[in-house]
Write a protein that binds this ligand. Sequence first.
Ligand code: ADP
Ligand code: MG
Length: 469
Amino acid sequence: MTENSPPIQPASGPSFDRLPLAPAILATLKQLGYDSMTPIQAASLPITLDGHDLIAQAKTGSGKTAAFALPLLTRLNPRRFAVQAMVLCPTRELADQVTQEIRRLARFIDNIKIVTLCGGATMRPQMASLEHGAHIVVGTPGRIMDHIERESLDLSALNTLVLDEADRMLDMGFYDQIAWVAKQCPRQRQTLLFSATYPEGIAKLARQFLNQPQEVKLTEQHASHKIRQRFYEVTREQRLEAVAALLKHYRPESTLAFCNTKQQCRDLLDLLHAQGFHALTLNGDLEQRERDQVLIQFANRSCSVLVATDVAARGLDIAQLEAVINVDVTPDPEIHVHRVGRTGRADQEGWAFTLSSPTELHRVETIAKMMDIAPEWHELSELNTDAAKLIPPMVTLQILGGRKEKIRAGDVLGALTGEAGFTREQIGKINVTEWNTYVAVTRNIAREAVKRLSAGKVKGKSVKVRALE
Ligand code: ADP
Ligand code: MG
């Protein structure tokens, strides 16, 4: 494994010029302002351009797309009208992003056709695009399977298979689909696997579908100025109470609280509920529908705290997370880095609090060494716990009826802002799932909104509505 600690700032990283890339590609990179390689690109491109299979582990935003797009574009023959490369992604949004990035990088190569194949969209236009000849396909495993089965996608000329965000695809239960699709690809091919984490399923995938892969791993380092880390020493008895104290004092709108065990999650949830916090938990026992409900409420700001183990939180993608609390110190420093990396994303600052018992202090030392920080210790007694209750700004309303009833977000917004008389500002995120629709509304109108929605109509029909509280 190549271990590349502090990430090289793109400006000071190695130049693309040293790679065996076509002049057109080098010119594109220059035009895009890609002056130098990111660490994952510098570590993986020499390997992939040399034709080897690869397992690459690096965090989000590290430039993984170009790391696999450049080798596949290099090998591509634009004059051959056949699918030569395929990228599997977990979601439609990610597939769209990857498609856009490949398009940008392929700008100077004549007439390259890239087709995105995801569920949720109708098959026919996708089939038509494929019929007109695509060089590259990007899509989600289920939909790609559909196309292979209907013989609208021919993979006989494929030379590169990419599994992007492989850990998330596994979290979403795509193992069997990925395996099935990989088996339909020619044996003689290059396979590249990209992942932010390295759970057991990845090793299994790699053993089955990669050929003597080389591994590149970049330990995560986050811009530490964006994450303010504080450590608190606690006794066993103080630990859960300390979580409540942190929440009351810092008042983050959304907090992810990590526990090492499921039991700890249950205990913490009980304590938070007893104190009037709006807290939810994620665990493996939840059905998909329940899991969706929890995530929707957390993401639309009607739940203040999400309590989870590392396993349950895997693959979560929540943009606005003001705080992460390590209720327990994890024995694995990489997991700690991954946990705290969930806050302070994009341009936002985030808090990362860690509660450590005296027996866990050695773990904090290891973490500090790895992150190259001097841990900032604070006292629980500094926390102001007299503050008012922490209440999320929104409430989620559940409407029975979803995609199956052809309900769209616009219908719900229309019902609330039309007949029911609320303003656009009082309505938050709207999520339509197969059977249910969830709409966040500001807390002050929740009760009235339930009443008026129940009395009125959505898409011409009366609906059952309740507040999730
Ligand atoms: P990841 O897949 O690792 O999350 P992306 O491939 O989406 O990351 O890249 C993140 C962003 O960085 C994109 O906006 C991309 O255009 C940009 N980027 C990638 N490589 C470089 C580079 N060498 N120099 C400058 N920007 C880059
Ligand atoms: Mg990516």
